[in-house]
Ligand binder design. Structure first.
Ligand code: UD1
Ligand code: CA
Length: 458
């Protein structure tokens, strides 16, 4: 353990309803890049290695708690939303008595680690540090009021501000850090004698100044870090910003993107060298693409590992699967959870594979369903072939040994094993194990009735 500076505790305000989201989902649970807003804030908070994290919840408290439950977060419930100061009061019983308290908002998801470190550092000598920003349009924000010497004297909310105060362009981002030892006293002194009848956390600034404290001011490393989500439009705009950042990182690392504005990474995407990704692909969960992988347009990959040199053709959906090197998937392939494809496997158009393994070089190129199957290497599965894996109650396995060739439109009624090197003729319905080698067919004799006439309308 490295000795840590004065202990840090993080309080995340997340009790608000988010009326303007017009949704039944609590605001902080709306997903950004596939993850709840609050989870983004928690992730950044954790990177500060705080002694504790307390989230103040109110609207949809149960749902919020269930959705982001982790043992390192303690919860405080604010039944009535009486203001940001009131919200922090609810957290007090959950906070250790020393160190620095950092206040974050659950609906400001892009706040950056560097910014927070500098703010916490500024507060570490036992003073109040606030994060402010100059903006072109300060509407809706609390304004930073300074005296003639430029010292911060208070924050005034827009609704309580005088005309000259409203002209101030330096605004409160809402993020602040302060000594735990002074917090109880400052919060006790808050009143709600203001336009909104709320207990404003921002009033701790005036309280600290009244105590003779000089306020430390820091600014965010990037302007967009302090953008909050109050509406679906703001959520969408933050999503684009985050995706653009991720796309830039991918480009930076050498990935070729057909269009950086048309990729969505809702999780972690790790790429080798010379990876190419065409437009409109979505990556969810953890996806790893090896060297030289090519992902064509409109593919969705979730929790997938793809080996070197593999090509995924357009409109393929691949979930919870491992794909080997130099494989060819799609177009229009559906690879479902529990699938492992070895090197040089081909899974072509309109082929669905579920919970199955394919050995090296095996192919199912057209219109097939392979479910709960172990497929050896060098196997060829013909168009229209189906593993009948479900008897209406139980799932059964199909085993296809190495070097088997299966003709078109074959039904393999599981449980069944096809022996090594066997060939199955087109149209067969296989209900018994097939011995190795040889040709197996279940064909009826073809007949033609030359004297047959088509019926005619009377
Ligand atoms: C707040 C600041 C304002 C700042 C702005 C930045 C105050 C009084 N004002 O205003 O100076 O410029 O943020 O966006 O602090 N919350 C609770 N419980 C409550 C009230 C709020 O948990 O009773 C939470 C909300 O869910 C939200 C955050 O606190 O995550 C901020 O609340 P919000 O109502 O958005 O504050 P603003 O009025 O925007
Ligand atoms: Ca707000």
């Amino acid at each position: 353990m490295t000795p840590t500076a004065p202990a840090l505790q993080v309080v995340i305000l997340a009790a608000g309803q988010g009326k303007r989201m017009r949704s039944d989902l609590p605001k902080v649970l709306h997903p950004l890049a596939g993850k709840p807003l609050l989870a983004h804030v928690l992730e950044t908070a954790r990177l500060l290695q705080p002694q504790g994290i307390c989230a103040v919840i109110g609207h949809g408290a149960e749902r919020v708690r269930d959705a982001v439950a982790t043992p390192d977060v303690v919860w405080a419930v604010q039944d009535e939303q009486l203001g940001t100061g009131h919200a922090v009061m609810q957290a007090l019983p959950r906070l250790a008595p020393e160190g620095t308290v950092l206040v974050l908002y659950g609906d400001v998801p892009l706040i950056g680690l560097t910014t927070l470190r500098s703010l916490v550092q500024a507060a570490s000598s036992g003073v109040l540090a606030i994060l402010t920003q100059e903006v072109a349009d300060p509407r809706g924000y609390g304004r930073i009021v300074r005296d003639a010497e430029g010292r911060v004297v208070k924050i005034v909310e827009e609704k309580d501000a005088t005309q000259p105060e409203r002209a101030i362009l330096e605004v409160n981002t809402g993020v602040m850090a302060m000594p735990r030892s002074r917090l109880d006293d400052w919060l006790r002194r808050l009143g709600n004698d203001n336009t909104q009848r709320e207990y404003y956390l921002t009033d701790v600034v005036a309280a600290a100044v009244a105590d003779g404290m000089a306020i430390e001011v820091r600014h965010p490393a990037a302007a967009h870090e302090c953008l909050g989500v109050n509406s679906k439009a703001e959520l969408a705009s933050l999503e684009r910003r985050l995706q653009m950042n991720r796309a830039s990182q991918l480009l930076e690392s050498g990935v070729t993107l057909a269009d950086p504005a048309r990729i969505d990474v809702r999780g972690e995407l790790a790429c080798g060298r010379d990876v190419f990704i065409d437009v409109n692909c979505i990556f969810e969960g953890r996806v790893t693409l090896g060297d030289g992988v090519r992902i064509a347009a409109n593919c969705i990959l979730r929790d997938v590992v793809v080996g070197d040199g593999t090509e995924v053709k357009p409109y393929s959906l691949i979930e919870e699967a491992r794909i080997g090197a130099r494989a060819r998937i799609g177009p229009y392939a559906r690879i479902r959870p529990g699938t492992e494809l070895a090197d040089e496997v081909h899974v072509g158009n309109f082929v669905e594979v579920k919970a199955s393994t394919f050995g090296r070089g095996s192919k199912a190129n057209h219109l097939a369903y392979v479910g709960d199957a172990s497929v050896g290497s060098g196997v060829n599965i013909g168009a229209g072939t189906i593993t009948c894996n479900y008897d209406g109650a139980q799932k059964h396995r199909t085993v296809i040994e190495d070097d088997v060739h299966i003709g078109s439109d074959v039904q393999l009624v599981a449980p069944v094993t096809v022996g090594k090197g066997a060939t199955i003729a087109a149209g067969a319905t296989i209900t018994k194990d097939v011995p190795p080698g040889g040709l197996t067919l279940t064909r009826k004799v073809q007949e033609t009735r030359a004297d047959w006439r088509r019926p005619r309308k009377k």
